[in-house]
Design a protein. Sequence first.
Length: 72
Amino acid sequence: MESQVEAKTSVTESEGKGPKTAEQVLREQERRGLQLSRIRIMNDLQNATNPNHRKSLEAALAHLDKKIAEFS
């Protein structure tokens, strides 16, 4: 839940800086989607008990972290 609040806060803060180009809007939407996917995977990872499933989730999390870092 905290990650969702942080994601919402960062989006809200950036919205007050004036009009955005279509490219900026698309990038923000993609970043938000990645952040939501990361939250879902983190939640799944907390509940996962099968080692193979955990490994897959950890790999997906690493991939998402890399994609999110590209936006910075």
